[in-house]
Design a protein. Structure first.
Length: 197
């Protein structure tokens, strides 16, 4: 069943866990309560509208975001937890670090994350016999809901190239000479230009 991403936008907490603080903090909000997920699971396809893409682009420091889509399979994890598997896919416009010209890139990131109620997640931390690697530790589920828009946004940002560069871009450095290499080379040139020695 496909759903539209034009659901009400609101604030959500860290990594998609719902919270009431900071109502305008999220660029894309698609809340999903545990009670809305049946035992068989739920599939959601989200497509961000132009306003949402503009907000996410600003949040991520992008020059543009012409396409942003996410697909999720959400299943129950125990009685009150959720397991989210999916993919976020986007076309992003970044600025080339060499030429400073716009550069279009594709982002395609897998998502696989588990949520458990906050109380259960804190109990797991105090059990000394079981060590769970940090990347496999479940996220806290706050308020019985997650925010799929926030999850998609965070994985999009993680998938961005931190140093986008056009394939044919070449960084041309000024010619280097021994005299130009020291920190006062520019002052020496000024002194020479005024007839100084």
């Amino acid at each position: 069943m496909a759903e539209d991403a034009t659901m009400p936008r609101g604030a959500r907490g860290s990594l998609g866990a719902a919270s009431d603080a900071g109502v305008s903090a999220r660029a894309w909000s698609v809340p999903l309560a545990v009670s809305e997920v049946s035992e068989a699971g739920r599939h959601l396809d989200l497509v961000a509208d132009a306003q949402t893409r503009a907000a996410v682009a600003t949040l991520a420091g992008l020059a543009g975001l012409p396409r942003l889509e996410a697909s999720f399979d959400v299943t129950r994890r125990g009685r009150s937890g959720l397991h989210v598997v999916g993919r976020v896919s986007a076309t992003v416009v970044q600025t080339c670090v060499v030429t400073l010209e716009p550069l279009e890139n594709e982002v395609d990131e897998d998502i696989d994350i588990a949520f458990v109620p906050a109380a259960a997640s804190s109990l797991d931390e105090h059990v000394g016999e079981v060590e769970v690697p940090l990347e496999d530790a479940p996220e806290p589920l706050i308020g019985g809901a997650i925010d799929l828009g926030a999850i998609a946004t965070e994985f999009l940002v993680l998938g961005l190239d931190p140093y986008p560069r056009k394939p044919d871009a070449v960084l041309e450095l000024p010619p280097s000479s021994e005299e130009a290499a020291h920190p006062f080379a520019a002052l020496a040139e000024l002194k020479k230009g005024r007839g100084g020695k």
